[in-house]
Write a protein that binds this ligand. Structure first.
Ligand SMILES: [Cu+2]
Length: 187
């Protein structure tokens, strides 16, 4: 619940819009609470159409920022987003790209293939597991995973896990799947 002190007219002109935004957000939240009969309203119960889309950055790096021994990495390597969110792959360092990994995109969703040295943005509407890799560095383990939450999200997990991986990429995927297995996901 957001509490507002003072009247709108007390605020300087450039704060008025923000004030009304708070009031309106509060209204919408309360209406949803009434409609669902839920005591506590979480993001999960808010229809996507009412939720602002969120953008997430994944950097393409030569060195992991916290562990410089790790070379050629996506950071963060695993992210969890909501359906309709956008992920921006940022070409912070040179000679990388982001491209869907074979067999690791949910059914009905589109693959992507970014160009080397260029940022690429993907908007993910279909829940599920999206594996991707840097084309020149896949074999040295420059791979990552986006998990899009929502109805049917578990449908392609086993298929994504069963893709054949080699060398360092296999080691990194094993680490990623262990991370996924430790998450609280729907059955
Ligand atoms: Cu790379």
């Amino acid at each position: 619940m957001v509490h507002c002190h003072g009247k709108a007219s007390d605020l300087p002109a450039n704060k008025q819009f923000f004030y009304w935004e708070i009031v309106m957000t509060n209204h919408v939240t309360r209406r949803i609470a009434l409609a669902t009969g839920a005591a506590a309203v979480t993001l999960m119960t808010v229809p996507t159409t009412l939720r602002a889309q969120t953008a997430h950055d994944v950097q393409m790096l030569n060195k992991h920022p916290e562990d410089p021994k790790l070379r050629q990495v996506f950071f963060p390597r695993v992210i969890v987003v909501e359906a309709g969110d956008t992920v921006n792959f940022v070409a912070t360092d040179k000679s990388h790209n982001s491209a869907s990994a074979k067999g690791m995109t949910p059914e009905g969703a589109e693959d992507w293939k970014g160009r080397i040295n260029q940022d690429v943005s993907v908007t993910l509407d279909t829940p599920g597991f999206y594996g991707y890799a840097c084309t020149p560095h896949s074999s040295v383990g420059m791979v990552g995973l986006i998990i899009v939450k929502g109805e049917g999200m578990m449908a392609n997990l086993e298929n994504a896990k069963s893709q054949k991986q080699r060398g360092k990429a296999k080691q990194v995927w094993d680490e990623i799947w262990a991370e996924v297995d430790a998450m609280e996901l729907p059955a």
